[in-house]
Design a protein around this ligand. Structure first.
Ligand code: AMP
Ligand code: GLY
Length: 415
């Protein structure tokens, strides 16, 4: 079987690494690390006709779309129209991630537990809603409705913070048109986790859970990022809670989508907050998580590609082998991430890393035979072990031995 992975981040490197164990794999456009693992092409994910031609030319039996943007733009529909099997939902269902306003409306229609909210296009109305919420003793999360790389959300503990978030999002437009509409939610307090579920119409099966760290600095301080590290398994989650999330957050959504004639074939990523033992849905994404995937693929044994292909073909999701190990993945980022950062810094990775370590590349490229930084998140260093302590020690030994100027990482992943 031939598989084409579309994208260029740490998640795509992890997918390429895993798929290569079971199939012939190609990637476009990839990055420096992916290019050393498989043949890469230079068609960008935004070039939809180009991706369709490439998939045809290489005879791909399956295309895996890594990030949300091409799905929101309709890449999966174009591939399906050309009779190419693709893991990823069509444009309509991808609105679950492309529009938080749409996503909230779907949650309400499907009766999925979620925070109370309002949806606004006028900053004055948004301010009025915020002042009502605070006068009732609530705090709020202000969210740009459109896709903003996971950065368009501000959790606000005071009315002043909420005012500022509304101004930044709706007036200064720091997230661009993604902030034309805002969703303002009641703040929930609980423990968060993400559930990644392979979905094929009515059939679904969740992958092992990996816990993400969204804040930039140790102790969950600093700005929100795309994700600074993950670990798996997550000890505080039991099977009953996962089953409850599947029954109350995943299944009703799929039923509602099917009623609208939407056959979701891909990965449904449910962002959840557990409040007094009950999972509430904060958001849906329509793709694998980054850096969740870097940990998840290292906990999966046989049957991964077969399962993804079944999903793409609209067949029931087969079982996948889950390994009895633990994994910690630490993201090494550029100085200044998630704000402005410098590129082009030379990276040095020792050749004698422990065999439990895999270094997935994200923002890297080759410049005159040198491996250099070319993005905010640069590397995802993942290590397995028999338990989390062992995996964490091995991961941090590797992280400390990898150098580039201004490297930035959290010290508490998996602690
Ligand atoms: P989202 O992109 O909607 O998942 O939001 C990003 C992050 O903001 C989440 O992972 C939470 O940490 C936080 N967040 C979002 N919505 C809420 C909410 N209603 N209450 C508390 N925290 C939230
Ligand atoms: N790590 C969060 C995400 O992929 O959206």
């Amino acid at each position: 079987m031939r598989v084409l992975v579309v994208g260029s981040g740490g998640r795509e490197h992890a997918l390429v690494w895993k798929v290569a164990q079971e199939a012939e794999v190609y990637c476009t456009p990839g990055n420096a690390g992916i290019a050393s693992a498989c043949e890469c092409f230079d068609v960008p994910p935004s070039d939809r006709p180009g991706i369709v031609s490439l998939a045809k030319n290489i005879g791909a039996d399956l295309v895996i779309v890594g990030s949300e943007d091409p799905l929101i733009e309709g890449l999966a529909d174009d591939l399906r129209a050309a009779e190419i099997a693709v893991l990823g939902p069509g444009k309509q269902a991808a609105q679950l991630e492309g529009s938080k306003a749409f996503s909230k409306r779907m949650m309400v229609e499907a009766r999925v537990p979620t925070a109370d909210y309002g949806e606004f296009t006028d900053p004055a109305d948004a301010r009025e809603y915020v002042s009502q919420m605070f006068s009732r003793g609530r705090s709020v999360a202000v969210k740009a409705s459109g896709a903003a790389l996971g950065k368009g959300v501000a959790v606000c503990l005071t009315p002043e913070e909420a005012e500022q978030a509304i101004a930044r999002t709706m007036i200064e437009k720091v997230y661009g048109p993604a902030g034309d509409t805002v969703v303002i939610e009641d703040c929930l307090y609980g423990r968060e986790f993400s559930l990644l579920t392979l979905v094929s119409g009515r059939s679904f099966r969740s992958l092992p859970v990996a816990q993400d760290y969204k804040r930039a600095y140790d102790g969950d301080r600093g700005p929100n990022t795309g994700g600074m590290g993950t670990y798996s398994p997550v000890s505080w989650l039991d099977d009953a809670l996962i089953e409850r999330a599947e029954q109350e957050v995943v299944k009703p959504l799929l039923d509602t989508l099917l009623k609208k004639g939407i056959d979701f074939r891909g990965v449904l990523f449910s962002g959840l907050m557990v409040v007094e033992g009950k999972p509430y849905c904060l958001e849906y994404n329509v793709r694998f998580g980054d850096p969740e995937t870097q940990s998840i693929v290292r906990r999966i044994g046989a049957g991964f590609v077969r399962a993804l292909k079944a999903v793409a073909d609209g067949k029931p999701v087969p079982e996948i082998e889950v390994l009895d190990n633990a994994v910690v993945t630490v993201v090494m980022a550029s100085e200044g991430y998630p704000g402005k950062y410098k590129k082009g810094r030379k990276i040095s990775i020792p050749t004698d890393l422990a065999e439990e370590v895999v270094v997935f590349h994200a923002g890297t490229s080759m410049l005159m035979d040198n491996l250099v930084t070319s993005g905010g998140r640069v590397l995802s260093v993942s290590a397995t072990g028999s338990d989390l302590d062992e995996a964490r020690d091995t991961a941090y030994d590797a992280v400390e031995s990898i150098s580039f100027k201004g490297r930035q990482y959290r010290n508490d992943i998996g602690l």
